[in-house]
Design a protein around this ligand. Structure first.
Ligand code: FMN
Length: 150
Protein backbone atom coordinates (compact mmCIF):
# COMPACT_ATOMS: atom_id res chain seq x y z
CA UNK A 1 0.00 0.00 0.00
CA UNK A 2 1.60 3.26 -1.12
CA UNK A 3 0.54 6.34 0.84
CA UNK A 4 1.53 9.95 0.19
CA UNK A 5 0.93 12.60 2.85
CA UNK A 6 1.04 16.20 1.61
CA UNK A 7 1.03 18.95 4.21
CA UNK A 8 1.64 22.61 5.00
CA UNK A 9 2.58 23.53 8.55
CA UNK A 10 4.32 26.68 9.78
CA UNK A 11 2.75 28.24 12.90
CA UNK A 12 4.00 25.76 15.52
CA UNK A 13 4.50 22.73 13.23
CA UNK A 14 1.40 21.22 14.83
CA UNK A 15 0.18 19.71 11.57
CA UNK A 16 3.64 18.37 10.80
CA UNK A 17 3.49 16.37 14.07
CA UNK A 18 0.21 14.82 12.94
CA UNK A 19 1.56 14.16 9.42
CA UNK A 20 4.68 12.48 10.82
CA UNK A 21 2.69 10.35 13.28
CA UNK A 22 0.46 9.13 10.45
CA UNK A 23 3.41 8.52 8.13
CA UNK A 24 5.34 6.50 10.71
CA UNK A 25 2.34 4.22 11.27
CA UNK A 26 1.77 3.20 7.66
CA UNK A 27 5.24 3.87 6.23
CA UNK A 28 3.93 6.74 4.10
CA UNK A 29 5.93 9.18 1.99
CA UNK A 30 5.79 12.72 3.41
CA UNK A 31 5.72 15.71 1.11
CA UNK A 32 5.49 19.46 1.77
CA UNK A 33 2.76 21.17 -0.26
CA UNK A 34 5.31 23.22 -2.22
CA UNK A 35 7.04 19.99 -3.31
CA UNK A 36 3.99 18.13 -4.58
CA UNK A 37 5.00 18.68 -8.21
CA UNK A 38 8.01 16.42 -7.55
CA UNK A 39 5.66 13.47 -6.98
CA UNK A 40 3.37 11.60 -9.31
CA UNK A 41 0.20 10.94 -7.36
CA UNK A 42 -0.60 8.09 -9.75
CA UNK A 43 2.17 6.17 -7.96
CA UNK A 44 0.14 6.10 -4.73
CA UNK A 45 -2.93 4.18 -3.58
CA UNK A 46 -4.12 7.00 -1.34
CA UNK A 47 -3.06 10.61 -0.80
CA UNK A 48 -3.61 12.65 2.38
CA UNK A 49 -3.74 16.45 2.40
CA UNK A 50 -3.42 18.51 5.59
CA UNK A 51 -2.58 21.90 7.05
CA UNK A 52 -3.36 24.18 9.94
CA UNK A 53 -6.45 26.35 9.64
CA UNK A 54 -5.71 30.01 8.93
CA UNK A 55 -8.57 32.50 8.72
CA UNK A 56 -11.17 29.71 8.61
CA UNK A 57 -9.57 27.73 5.82
CA UNK A 58 -6.69 25.45 4.84
CA UNK A 59 -3.35 27.01 3.92
CA UNK A 60 -3.33 28.57 0.45
CA UNK A 61 -0.17 26.64 -0.53
CA UNK A 62 -1.99 23.37 0.08
CA UNK A 63 -5.06 24.54 -1.84
CA UNK A 64 -2.82 25.70 -4.71
CA UNK A 65 -1.00 22.36 -4.79
CA UNK A 66 -4.31 20.48 -5.00
CA UNK A 67 -5.64 22.81 -7.70
CA UNK A 68 -2.48 22.18 -9.75
CA UNK A 69 -3.24 18.45 -9.97
CA UNK A 70 -4.61 17.30 -13.28
CA UNK A 71 -7.09 14.77 -11.98
CA UNK A 72 -6.60 11.79 -14.24
CA UNK A 73 -8.89 9.13 -12.83
CA UNK A 74 -10.39 8.78 -9.39
CA UNK A 75 -7.84 8.52 -6.62
CA UNK A 76 -8.45 7.88 -2.96
CA UNK A 77 -7.79 10.81 -0.65
CA UNK A 78 -8.20 11.91 2.94
CA UNK A 79 -7.70 15.25 4.63
CA UNK A 80 -6.55 16.41 8.04
CA UNK A 81 -6.05 19.64 9.91
CA UNK A 82 -5.04 21.15 13.22
CA UNK A 83 -6.83 24.27 14.39
CA UNK A 84 -7.35 26.60 17.30
CA UNK A 85 -11.04 25.88 17.53
CA UNK A 86 -12.80 22.77 16.28
CA UNK A 87 -16.35 24.09 16.23
CA UNK A 88 -16.40 24.67 12.46
CA UNK A 89 -16.57 21.92 9.83
CA UNK A 90 -13.37 22.83 8.00
CA UNK A 91 -13.38 19.53 6.14
CA UNK A 92 -16.40 20.51 4.02
CA UNK A 93 -14.50 22.90 1.75
CA UNK A 94 -11.61 20.47 1.45
CA UNK A 95 -13.98 17.66 0.53
CA UNK A 96 -15.50 19.86 -2.18
CA UNK A 97 -12.08 20.81 -3.54
CA UNK A 98 -10.78 17.25 -3.58
CA UNK A 99 -13.97 15.92 -5.14
CA UNK A 100 -13.74 18.58 -7.85
CA UNK A 101 -10.21 17.36 -8.58
CA UNK A 102 -11.51 13.83 -9.08
CA UNK A 103 -10.69 12.34 -5.67
CA UNK A 104 -12.78 9.89 -3.73
CA UNK A 105 -12.57 11.38 -0.22
CA UNK A 106 -12.45 8.68 2.42
CA UNK A 107 -12.33 10.72 5.61
CA UNK A 108 -11.04 13.63 7.62
CA UNK A 109 -9.04 13.94 10.84
CA UNK A 110 -8.94 17.10 12.92
CA UNK A 111 -7.45 17.98 16.29
CA UNK A 112 -6.56 21.09 18.24
CA UNK A 113 -3.15 22.71 17.81
CA UNK A 114 -1.21 25.23 19.91
CA UNK A 115 -2.29 28.68 18.74
CA UNK A 116 -0.57 31.97 19.55
CA UNK A 117 -2.12 33.97 16.73
CA UNK A 118 -2.93 37.63 17.48
CA UNK A 119 -4.33 38.28 20.95
CA UNK A 120 -3.92 34.63 22.00
CA UNK A 121 -0.19 35.30 22.29
CA UNK A 122 -0.91 37.76 25.11
CA UNK A 123 -2.51 35.03 27.19
CA UNK A 124 0.21 32.44 26.49
CA UNK A 125 -1.65 30.83 23.61
CA UNK A 126 -4.56 28.43 23.26
CA UNK A 127 -4.34 24.63 23.42
CA UNK A 128 -0.89 24.42 25.01
CA UNK A 129 0.82 21.09 24.36
CA UNK A 130 -1.54 20.19 21.50
CA UNK A 131 -1.42 18.02 19.56
CA UNK A 132 -0.44 15.77 22.46
CA UNK A 133 0.35 12.05 22.56
CA UNK A 134 -3.34 11.19 22.77
CA UNK A 135 -4.09 13.23 19.63
CA UNK A 136 -1.22 11.59 17.77
CA UNK A 137 -2.49 8.15 18.80
CA UNK A 138 -5.92 9.10 17.41
CA UNK A 139 -4.27 10.26 14.17
CA UNK A 140 -2.49 6.90 13.90
CA UNK A 141 -5.73 5.02 14.52
CA UNK A 142 -7.48 7.14 11.91
CA UNK A 143 -5.03 6.29 9.14
CA UNK A 144 -4.84 2.62 10.10
CA UNK A 145 -8.62 2.34 9.89
CA UNK A 146 -8.61 4.07 6.48
CA UNK A 147 -6.04 1.65 5.13
CA UNK A 148 -8.03 -1.31 6.43
CA UNK A 149 -10.99 -0.12 4.30
CA UNK A 150 -9.01 -0.22 1.05
C1 FMN B 1 -2.65 33.54 10.84
C2 FMN B 1 -3.40 32.48 11.63
C3 FMN B 1 -4.78 32.38 11.48
C4 FMN B 1 -5.48 31.37 12.17
N1 FMN B 1 -6.83 31.25 11.98
C5 FMN B 1 -7.51 30.25 12.59
C6 FMN B 1 -8.92 30.06 12.34
O1 FMN B 1 -9.55 30.77 11.55
N2 FMN B 1 -9.56 29.04 12.99
C7 FMN B 1 -8.90 28.22 13.85
O2 FMN B 1 -9.53 27.32 14.41
N3 FMN B 1 -7.56 28.35 14.10
C8 FMN B 1 -6.86 29.34 13.49
N4 FMN B 1 -5.51 29.48 13.70
C9 FMN B 1 -4.82 28.51 14.59
C10 FMN B 1 -4.11 27.42 13.78
O3 FMN B 1 -5.02 26.76 12.92
C11 FMN B 1 -3.48 26.36 14.70
O4 FMN B 1 -2.56 26.95 15.57
C12 FMN B 1 -2.82 25.28 13.87
O5 FMN B 1 -2.53 24.19 14.70
C13 FMN B 1 -1.55 25.76 13.20
O6 FMN B 1 -0.98 24.70 12.47
P1 FMN B 1 0.58 24.62 12.12
O7 FMN B 1 1.37 24.75 13.41
O8 FMN B 1 0.72 23.28 11.50
O9 FMN B 1 0.86 25.73 11.16
C14 FMN B 1 -4.79 30.49 13.07
C15 FMN B 1 -3.40 30.64 13.22
C16 FMN B 1 -2.71 31.61 12.51
C17 FMN B 1 -1.21 31.73 12.68
Amino acid sequence: MKVLIVYKSYHHLNTEKVAKAMASTVDAQLCKAEELSQHNIEDYDIVGFGSGIYAWTFHRELVKAIQSLNGGGTKRAFSFCTCGNVTLKYEKMMEQLLTKQGFNVMGHFCCLGFDTFGPYKLIGGLNKGKPNEKDLEKAKEFIKSLIRRI
